[in-house]
Design a protein around this ligand. Sequence first.
Ligand SMILES: CNc1ncnc2c1ncn2[C@@H]1O[C@H](COP(=O)(O)O)[C@@H](O)[C@H]1O
Ligand SMILES: [Zn+2]
Length: 351
Amino acid sequence: MDTQADFFHRTLPKVELHAHLNGSVSSQTIDKLIRRKPHLNIERSMTAIGKGQRRTLEECFQVFKVIHQLVDTEEDILMVTTDVIREFAADGVKYLELRSTPREETNTGLTKKGYVETVVKAIQLCKNEGLDIDVRCLMAIDRRNGAQVAMETVKLAEEFLLSSDGSVVGLDLSGDPKVGHGKDLLPALQRGRNSGLKLSLHLSEIPSQLEESDLLLNLPPDRIGHGTFLHPEVGGSQSLVDKVLKNNIPLELCLTSNVKGQTVPCYSQHHFKYWYQLGHPIVICTDDKGVFCTDLSQEYQLVSSTFGLSHEDLWNLSEQAIDCTFAPETIKQQLKQKWTDLKPRLFPAAS
Ligand SMILES: CNc1ncnc2c1ncn2[C@@H]1O[C@H](COP(=O)(O)O)[C@@H](O)[C@H]1O
Ligand SMILES: [Zn+2]
C-alpha cells in the first residue's frame, strides 16, 4: 500500500450508508468504556476481529452482545455516537447514515425512546461542532425480536420522522440472518414504507433465503444490505436479480465484513464484481468498522486493489453513492457540488 494511494483514498470524499452504530465503535472508545465498567471484565480483544482473523457469523453476533454490555446508559450512547461520527468525518466521509437498534435497559432505566433521542442529540451536537459531515439515522429492526417489536420500532420511527428535524429517515432490517423469518415482519415494514420511512434491508446475507428475499423484494426496499447470495452463481436466482435490476435497488457492499464473517471466501470472489459489471448502483460501506477493524478509506482501497479500479473509477463510485442516500433532493445537490469543488484536489492535472 503506497502513501500516494493512502492520501487518495483518505482524501476522496465519501458517502457511508451501511454502518451499525454499536459495530462501529473504535478501539479507543472501547477502552474508555472498559475503564468506565471494570467490573464487567471485558477485554478489548473480545470486541473486535483483528487483521487476518476470521469468525463465523454466529461468533460475530456474540461480539455485538459484548459491546451491548459496555454501551448501556444514555451517557455511553452519547459518547459512542459522537465518537463514531467524528471518526467517520476524519476519514473523509461527508454524508453518513448510521443505523442502530433501539434498546431498552431495565437496569439503567434507558427506554427505547430515550435511546433514539440520545442518538439524535449526538447528531445535533456534532452538527454544532461544525464537522464537515451530514448525518442521518435509520432505526433498526432486529429480526430476532419478532413481529410485535418490529411494529413498535416502526411506530417509534414514525414519531421521530416527524420530530427529529430530518435526522431519522428510515428503517433497517438486520440481526442474525439465521433467526426468524422476514415474512413475519412484512406488515411492519409495509407500514413504515407507507409512512414515508425509507427501507434498507439486509437481504440474502447467507445462502438459502430465496423465498424470504423474494417476499422482501416485493415491498420493494429502497436499498439492499449485502445481497451476497442473490445471483444464480452462488445459489440465488435470475428472477431475484431481475427484481433488483427492474426496481434499480442499490446494493450496500461491505467487503471486509463479508470476508471476516466468512460469508464470502476471499476478496476476489466478492459479489462486488458481479454487480459492478452489470453497471448496477452499488455503494461501498463498512458495516461494522469497529468490530471488523476497518474504515471506509480502507474499503475503497480494497476494492481498487482487488478489482483493479482506477482513481477515476473510485471517484465515480463515491459520487454515484450520493444518489443512493435517503437525503432530501436539496442535500443531494449540495453534496454533488461539494464533490465538484473537491475534485481538483485529487485530480490536479485535470483541473
Ligand atoms: C455482520 N453482519 C450483520 N448482519 C446482520 N446484522 C448485523 C450485522 N452487523 C451488525 N448487525 C446488527 O447491528 C447490531 C449492532 O449495532 P446496533 O446495536 O444496532 O447499533 C447487531 O446486534 C445486529 O443486530
Ligand atoms: Zn449490516
